[in-house]
Design a protein around this ligand. Sequence first.
Ligand code: ZN
Length: 263
Amino acid sequence: MRIAGIAGALLMGGLNVASSQVLTSNLDQPALYTYCQQFQTLYTQIREQRIQPDSARMRFSAIMRGLQVRFQSMESYRVDSLQRDSLRRSGRYFAFPLRGYSTNAIGGTHGEGFRSKGFNLFDYNAKGSHPAQDIFVVDRNQDGIDDRTGQPIDILAMSSGLVVGIETGWKPGSDYRGGNWIWVYDPNLHGLFYYAHNNQVDVAPGQWVQSGQKIGEMGRTGFNAYKTRSPTHLHLMYLQIQPDGLPQPLNTYPWLLTAKTVK
Ligand SMILES: [Zn+2]
């Protein structure tokens, strides 16, 4: 498992500390879990409007650059990046994020549900954009159970990465739009996947997940997703982190078209 590799690399780094210089550089680099805690805290503050957008922007950028440096400093991770790059070229990098579903479940006919204009991650009042793809399931009675199988629908990680934030406490009546969400940082792409409206979250911040691994179960959580006019779906967003550490929504539609489907 990747997490074992990372933990191993960190442990080795710790054991190999021989000079105060190395110690200092280790202290300058917080543990991965620290970044996850910072991300979780920041995103919650943004949602609750307890932080000014400008401050949030600066903090987000610092977290993202910190994560990037942290992963780049891992010898074992760099080797794996090469393997993942070749996997990406072979078209097997991404897993379709719903078990048992494929491209025809994507909303619209050509993925036109993606609208990034007006997007601002740092201002909870910024509305109107939909920098995401919605992927719909067969759930006519809206109980969150797949009508075809009588089972919950598994949400799968689209690519391997580090879980940096989760929400599990959404309740009907809450006006939070994402409901129960999961953020996963893919250090190979240097970007963030966001999976929203889940009924159940099966991962925790700091956890490494593999492409195609179950991370939760589909639900109808979120202010709009809970309403009967909203068919049951996964809201999938990907934010490409720019050199300045700030996020730019990217349309995942081409990735979804080539993603391997998981039965
Ligand atoms: Zn959506």
